[in-house]
Ligand binder design. Structure first.
Ligand code: JB2
Length: 221
């Protein structure tokens, strides 16, 4: 149960990612009280006992009513980034959702609106910038740097000093050797093994991962 003085928080998104985030916040943030979910589909419904209360047009009103904290639970990297930036411009603080069943080094640095799921490990002096997702059971070792709105999917294994660019997506079970760099907006296919740098904006896949064609920008919108 939230403490009586808990701060109200609103979640954007009401899909699968939101379900995970709702449970993490309930488990780990007694300082927060969830006022509801806003979704592109505003039809009233319940998600794990949390209510969809409208779409993003409700945000200015909620802010005026004293809701000052928010979390963007939308998996699409570009959309999550855009929504997060908009919320910050409106004066919302983006809270973190870190599972109590994750293992996060005390020397790791986590930005605003970051999600770290159950079973994830984040090593010494790793840096997760705003709106990053480290998904279920992913390993992000020492001194990795994950740029804004990057997503490391379930079961990935990033060795030390890996760099992941803004909005890059590493699919389920991707492995990355120490020190490799993955460019902004790159997508690495599920199960791939990255043994050399991946340029920005490409899809790379395979063992070892090889870059294919550059993605048209719209593909990631
Ligand atoms: O601009 C928006 C917006 N755009 C899409 N504002 C708000 N408030 N909501 C938006 N949405 C909503 O995000 C959609 O209407 C939909 O309800 C939700 C996305 O749900 P979906 O289940 O399709 O995806 P997800 O983002 O919850 O989960 C994805 O990413 C996760 C990280 C999936 O790929 C999951 O498998 C993955 N674990």
């Amino acid at each position: 149960m939230p403490a009586p003085e808990a701060s109200p928080v609103v979640i954007l998104g009401a899909g699968g990612h939101a379900k995970v985030v709702i449970e993490i916040l309930r488990d780990s943030r007694p300082d927060l009280r969830l006022v509801g979910l806003l979704d592109a589909d505003p039809s009233p419904r319940s998600l794990l006992g949390a209510e969809v209360i409208g779409d993003d047009s409700r945000l200015p009103g909620l802010r005026r009513e004293g809701v000052a904290k928010a979390f963007v639970a939308v998996g699409d990297n570009r959309r999550r980034e855009a929504l997060g930036v908009n919320l910050q411009e409106m004066g919302f603080e983006l809270v973190k959702a870190v599972s109590p069943r994750a293992c996060v080094s005390p020397s790791a640095r986590l930005g605003s609106g970051v999600a770290v799921m159950a079973g994830a490990v984040v090593g010494a002096e790793a840096e997760l910038l705003d709106l990053v997702i480290v998904n279920t059971g992913a390993l992000v070792d020492h001194e990795c740097r994950l740029a804004r709105a990057a997503h490391v999917a379930p079961g990935c294994a990033l060795a030390g000093r890996v760099s992941v660019g803004e909005r890059a997506l590493l699919g389920v079970g991707v492995s990355v050797v120490p020190g490799a760099s993955i460019g902004a907006d790159a997508v690495v296919g599920a199960g791939s093994c990255v043994i050399s740098d991946i340029p920005a904006g490409v899809v790379a896949k395979g063992l070892p991962a090889r870059p294919g064609e550059a993605l048209p920008r719209g593909d990631l919108a």
